[in-house]
Design a protein. Structure first.
Length: 326
């Protein structure tokens, strides 16, 4: 597939996955395992994406606000230092923080290309259309692909910033990160720079509040995974039978999101052909949100073949932008 509208193109790097078939396999495996689990990728239907956008605006959710402040303070010096021809971003999202880097590139008279990669065609279409409308000088070359296998296949247009923001890396467990970081490293060449956003370990109360806000938006976001499953697989999992739960595990440095049954549940999934039973008090894991130390992430990047050359933080050292090169 190749789509072109003026300065905006979308190409596929790999064949699209069968969403319904993958969902069925993941749900069947996760809900018949002990303990029960569901992959966090299924939070994000249209409503889930709206809820997450609301979360980023909550007073308890500091990450987006602080990362934006760091970018606004340092974008021009980063561009002057590394002089990129293009910005490659892992995950298109809403492309808000992206604009800070693109504007700095344009002010410096350097690159005019944005190169996002995402599994979602809709996310790429939204980001590409919004950015080309906002910036008449910008070219967007978007790629549909798998972060874990396709990053090194994105065609180059010169030296690049590779941006992976929002501490999305933290959604991978410690065991999953080495393979992913090796793929990120393969997409970075001499003269490029990786800009990696990470959420730093801090006091537990602050971290917990970010995932259990007073307005209940985080709880609704967590429960939305049940809505996606019910709609897609003919299920009748009752949302009111599960409570949102978040906890910090110091050994792994990770926040763990779960849904815990508040009563006995027997739910049918027609597409899977099974009845799923929960005992009262039984948890179901839905998401990791791992936190980092500067030394720890530096070691992980070194193992993948990259060297940290700078660390940019907010005034309270809550959030960091890690700057790394080959």
């Amino acid at each position: 597939m190749k789509t072109s509208v003026n300065r905006f193109t979308i190409e596929r790097l790999s064949e699209p996955a069968d969403f319904e078939a993958q969902l069925l396999r993941d749900v069947k495996a996760g809900l018949t395992s002990t303990p029960k689990t569901l992959p966090s990728i299924y939070f994000y239907d249209d409503y889930g994406s709206e809820l997450f956008d609301q979360i980023t605006e909550l007073p308890e959710y500091y990450l987006t606000r602080l990362e934006t402040e760091i970018l606004e303070r340092h974008a021009d010096e980063l561009i002057a230092r590394f002089r990129p021809h293009e910005l490659m971003e892992i995950g298109a999202g809403f492309a808000r923080k992206t604009r800070i880097l693109l504007s700095a590139m344009h002010r410096a008279g350097l690159g005019d290309a944005y190169v996002p990669i995402d599994v979602s065609v809709a996310a790429l279409e939204d980001a590409g259309a919004a950015l080309t409308d906002a910036y008449e000088w910008l070219t967007v070359r978007a790629y549909v692909g798998d972060f874990g296998t396709d990053l090194h296949r994105v065609p180059r247009g010169g030296n690049r910033i590779v941006a992976f923001l929002g501490s999305t890396l933290g959604n991978l467990s410690p065991a999953e990160r080495p393979a992913f970081l090796a793929e990120v490293s393969a997409s970075v060449s001499q003269g490029d720079v990786l800009l990696l956003g990470v959420d730093l370990i801090k006091d537990e109360a602050t971290m917990v509040a970010a995932y259990d806000d007073s307005q209940g938006v985080s709880a609704a976001f967590n429960k939305n995974i049940l809505t996606v499953i019910n709609r897609s697989l003919g299920g009748d999992l009752p949302l009111d039978a599960f409570d949102h739960e978040t906890a910090y595990f110091p050994v792994s440095g990770c926040m763990k999101q779960s849904l815990r049954a508040n009563r006995d549940v027997a739910a049918t999934l027609d597409a899977v052909g099974i009845v799923i039973e929960f005992a009262k008090g039984e948890p179901m894991h839905t998401e990791w949100s791992c936190k980092f130390t500067v030394d720890g992430i530096s070691e992980e990047l070194a193992t993948s073949g990259m060297t940290v050359v700078d660390v940019l933080t907010d005034s309270n050292d809550h959030v960091a932008l890690i700057v790394a090169t080959k």
